[in-house]
Design a protein around this ligand. Structure first.
Ligand SMILES: *[C@@H]1O[C@H](CO)[C@@H](O)[C@H](O)[C@H]1NC(C)=O
Ligand SMILES: *[C@@H]1O[C@H](CO)[C@@H](O)[C@H](O)[C@H]1NC(C)=O
Ligand SMILES: *[C@@H]1O[C@H](CO)[C@@H](O)[C@H](O)[C@H]1NC(C)=O
Ligand SMILES: *[C@@H]1O[C@H](CO)[C@@H](O)[C@H](O)[C@H]1NC(C)=O
Ligand SMILES: *[C@@H]1O[C@H](CO)[C@@H](O)[C@H](O)[C@H]1NC(C)=O
Ligand SMILES: CC(=O)N[C@H]1CO[C@H](CO)[C@@H](O)[C@@H]1O
Length: 202
C-alpha cells in the first residue's frame, strides 16, 4: 500500500513551481514584447510627413521682413490619429553646419494643432518669421539669400481607437527653401501655375 504521502506531493509541487514561474514569466515577456512591437508598428511616428511650401516674403512695417511659409503635416497612417501638444517652427539663413535660427509664429496655434488630426489626412499651419529691421541685412543677405532651412520641433501623441500612446518628440529639418525668388517673372509664373516648390522634411 504505497499511496503518495502528502509530503512527497507537496515537494513535487515545490519542484514544479519554479519551472511554472519561469514559463509564465517567459510567456508574459513574450506577450508584452508582441504587444509593444505591434503598438510600435501601428503607431510609428514615422508615418507623419512634414513639408514646407508657399514660401514668400514681404516688408514689415518697421523696415524688417516677414518670411511666410505653409507647413503641412501629412498623417499617412492608416489607423492612428495624431495630436500635437506643441509645435515650433524655426527658420535659419544657413543650410550649413552653424545655422542661426529664428523662431516663427505659427498660426493657428489652437484649432488644427489642438485637435486630433485624423488618419490619412493633411493639416496645414502658417508660419511667419519676423526678421527685425536691424538683422534683415545679415540674416537675409540684404534679401539675396536663396537657401533657408526650416526646422520643425513637435511633441505629439497618437491614438488608435481609444488607445493613446505616450508623447513622442518629433524633429525634422526640411529641404532648403527660397523666400526670395531670383526674378519676379518666375515668381509670377509660379504663382500663376500655382506650382509652389515643396520642400520635404526628414
Ligand atoms: C499656397 O498658396 C496658394 C495661393 O495662396 C493656395 O491656393 C494653396 O492652397 C497654398 N498651399 C498650401 C499647401 O496651403
Ligand atoms: C505673411 O503673414 C503675415 C501674417 O502672419 C501677413 O500679414 C503677410 O501679408 C504675409 N505675407 C505674405 C507675402 O503672404
Ligand atoms: C500625403 O501622403 C499621401 C500618401 O503618401 C500622398 O498621397 C499625398 O499626396 C500627401 N499629401 C500631401 C499634401 O502631402
Ligand atoms: C545668418 O544670420 C546671422 C545673424 O543675422 C549672420 O551673422 C550670418 O552671417 C548669416 N549667415 C548667412 C550664411 O547668411
Ligand atoms: C540692399 O538691396 C537694395 C535693393 O534691393 C539696394 O538698394 C541696397 O543698396 C542694398 N544694400 C546693401 C548694403 O547692399
Ligand atoms: C507628400 C508626402 O508627404 N509624401 C509622403 C507620403 O508618405 C510616403 C510614405 O508613406 C512618403 O514616402 C512620401 O514622401
Amino acid at each position: 500500500m504505497a499511496s503518495p504521502s502528502p509530503l512527497s506531493s507537496a515537494s513535487r509541487l515545490r519542484a514544479l513551481n519554479p519551472k511554472h514561474y519561469i514559463l509564465l514569466a517567459l510567456t508574459a515577456t513574450l506577450a508584452v514584447a508582441v504587444v509593444v512591437t505591434v503598438f510600435f508598428i501601428v503607431l510609428s511616428p514615422a508615418r507623419i510627413h512634414f513639408s514646407a511650401t508657399n514660401a514668400s516674403s514681404s516688408y514689415a512695417g518697421d523696415g524688417g521682413v516677414l518670411l511666410n511659409l505653409t507647413l503641412a503635416s501629412n498623417n499617412t497612417s492608416r489607423r492612428a490619429a495624431v495630436r500635437y501638444q506643441s509645435m515650433f517652427v524655426d527658420v535659419s539663413n544657413n543650410t550649413g553646419p552653424h545655422p542661426y535660427w529664428i523662431r516663427a509664429n505659427v498660426t493657428p496655434t489652437t484649432g488644427v494643432l489642438a485637435q486630433w488630426q485624423p488618419r490619412a489626412s493633411v493639416a496645414t499651419v502658417t508660419a511667419t518669421v519676423q526678421v527685425g529691421a536691424g538683422s534683415t541685412k545679415a540674416f537675409t543677405g540684404n534679401m539675396t539669400s536663396h537657401r533657408f532651412s526650416v526646422k520643425v520641433t513637435a511633441v505629439a501623441r497618437f491614438k488608435v481607437g481609444i488607445a493613446r500612446t505616450r508623447l513622442y518628440d518629433i524633429m525634422v529639418v526640411c529641404r532648403p527653401i527660397d523666400f526670395f525668388p531670383r526674378d519676379s517673372s518666375s515668381r509670377a509664373s509660379a504663382a500663376a501655375s500655382a506650382a509652389q516648390p515643396v520642400a520635404y522634411c526628414v
